[in-house]
Write a protein that binds this ligand. Sequence first.
Ligand SMILES: [Zn+2]
Length: 245
Amino acid sequence: MKGYREVLSLYLRDLLFPPRCAGCGERLVPFDPARPALCPLCRTAWEAAGRASGLSGGWEEPAAGVYLVPYRPEDPGDVPQQVIYHIKHRDDSRVFDWLAARLAEAVTRQLEAEGIPPDTVILTYPPRRRSAVRREGFDQARRLAVCLSRRLGVPCLSLIRRPAGSVRGAGREQKKLNADQRKTNAATSYVLADDASSRLSGRFVVLVDDLCTTGATLSACSALLTSAGASGVLWATVARTASRK
Ligand SMILES: [Zn+2]
């Protein structure tokens, strides 16, 4: 049962910012306590995309992980692609929370399957480039990780950071790079936060991001976390780029 204040704040928010579908932009029914992120049509497409890709097993290589839907860059009308675009450019708490609820289910299943004790789990995320945070006003991986941590009831810690312009060319926009360039770029784009080792010792880390394309970012971050004492790392992303068949 939600508190009176919470209900009122949701009501006011829908009144001031009428909710729109993250897939097609159509108006959603306001004041819906379920706070859906997608209209019924887009939701059907989203669920069909998730089922079609046989996601239940998560990742094959190179690491254990869960994701919700495949991402098809060649198909701009694709609902998962629209959702990823939406969360990169709009700080829409309704959509982050809707995605986090779905990721929480997938992560919980995976942690249970691996026998990870819940009290050893912490969440972190690869931070967005500073220039992108300045441009967009928020970090979508962080938003997602914070919503997921609330759903799972485990702490979200900022364990990874971007070095301050010390490496030439580091932190370039990943989407402009090929797989090898991404790997090199990712390896120089992230460092551990100063207090990471003391907070990581013996902890199992869920590494949260919006999209996994080649896995370069998540691999680089996983290596940092493991080197600082994490007992294991599970990737959790909204989407994973599907290779062209
Ligand atoms: Zn829609």
